[in-house]
Design a protein around this ligand. Structure first.
Ligand SMILES: Nc1ncnc2c1ncn2[C@@H]1O[C@H](COP(=O)(O)OP(=O)(O)OP(=O)(O)O)[C@@H](O)[C@H]1O
Length: 341
């Protein structure tokens, strides 16, 4: 396996700065997820690593070697795309064998058979090897597409939203499988997505990207608990983090320079009125089975939190709000460190 190091890479398409001075290291055997909205520069970053695009500035290193100006074919990278790119007229077996049969590789057929069978086992599609690619479910097709990358045993895998075309159940299944396969193979994977659940469940580290810039990189826990900015904080967590202007708070000490307070559900507790000064009104309660989403009106701002379904709450009811270690941000949206008591 191998590592990837990007040093200050930039790429512009006419007026659009798709990637801006981005530096990132993906360690050997790591599952790094780049998380960002549409147009953030995720696909461009992957294409720069494969050599399908050349950077305007900066360098790409793979396993300690500068490959910035090397042709794509020499980089030993497998790329899995969003849409399964299978050959419909071929069987699953032949689709999987295809990358190994290229004249440049000259892999002997018995070795091809072994690799294809092993890969099919790993992806739980061994019983489908003789099916035509068109006679598979969406999830099976995407497994074959992933298998076509695995079968080559490259040093690095780049995956561009490979699960986004699948329904929620299959996505959840394949998330687990991809993580299992990555651990089993010790593979180095750079995976891009705009789905926070994929990032949280699969990543060793998450890199949050916006407008071509890497804003923060850390373990899922670091990014969730210690976001560097309000934007990063808003990328993770369901329901989404609440933001409240700091001047609306009563009796809650915040560090100097705080303009906005970020309140995740675990930072906000609600209780029956008992003399506390922060009072909100229940606007709506959504019943989600084991939890309730409670929408609250506080001084004209809407806050959403979770509550135990056994807690009796009615629309229109006034409740006390208790904030527990919320996140503080300055005027520019950058994190202000909390006061340590
Ligand atoms: N070949 C190109 N020519 C012109 N502009 C491009 C080209 N490729 C990408 N862009 C622009 O660069 C920006 C980043 O695009 P990119 O595809 O990398 O984003 P992304 O984060 O992968 O988005 P998505 O999640 O929608 O795939 C976008 O504004 C896009 O329109």
């Amino acid at each position: 396996m191998a590592d990837i190091v990007l040093r200050n890479i930039s790429k512009r398409f006419e007026a659009v700065e798709a990637v801006r001075e981005l530096s990132l290291a993906v360690n050997d055997g790591e599952f790094l997820v780049l998380l960002g909205p549409s147009g953030a520069g995720k696909t461009t970053t992957l294409r720069l690593i494969t050599g399908l695009e050349a950077p305007d500035a900066g360098s790409v290193m793979i396993d300690g070697r500068d490959v910035t100006h090397d042709p794509p074919g020499s980089r030993d990278i497998a790329f899995v795309f969003q849409q399964y790119s299978l050959y419909p007229h071929l069987t699953v077996y032949d689709n999987l064998a295809f990358p190994l049969r290229s004249p440049a590789r000259r892999v002997p057929e018995p070795i091809i058979r072994k690799r294809v069978e092993q890969t099919a086992e790993l992806l739980h599609i061994a019983s489908k090897l003789n099916n035509r690619a068109t006679r598979l479910s969406g999830g099976e097709m995407q497994r074959v597409a992933i298998g076509r990358a695995l079968v080559r045993d490259p040093s690095i895998y780049l995956m561009d939203e490979p699960l986004s075309s699948l329904d929620a159940k299959l996505r959840a299944e394949l998330r687990l499988e991809l993580k299992r396969i990555q651990l089993e193979l010790g593979a180095t994977i750079l995976y891009v997505t705009h789905d926070q659940v994929e990032a949280m469940t699969m990543a060793s580290r998450i890199g949050v990207i916006r407008d071509g810039q890497l804003l923060q990189c850390g373990t899922p826990r670091e990014i969730y608990e210690s976001p560097s900015s309000s934007y990063v904080a808003s990328r993770l967590g369901t329901p989404q983090i609440n933001f409240l202007p700091a001047h609306l708070l009563s009796d809650v000490p915040v560090p100097p320079g705080t303009e906005t307070v970020g309140i995740r559900t675990e930072h906000l507790q609600i209780a029956a009125r008992n003399g506390g000064r922060m009072v909100g009104r229940v606007h709506r309660v959504e019943h989600l089975g084991e939890q309730n989403h409670v929408h609250l009106d506080y001084k004209g701002e809407m806050l959403v939190t979770l509550a135990d379904p056994r807690q009796p709450l009615q629309s229109g009811q006034e409740v006390e709000l208790h904030l527990v270690h919320p996140l503080c941000f300055d005027r520019a949206g950058q994190r202000v460190p909390a006061i340590i008591h």
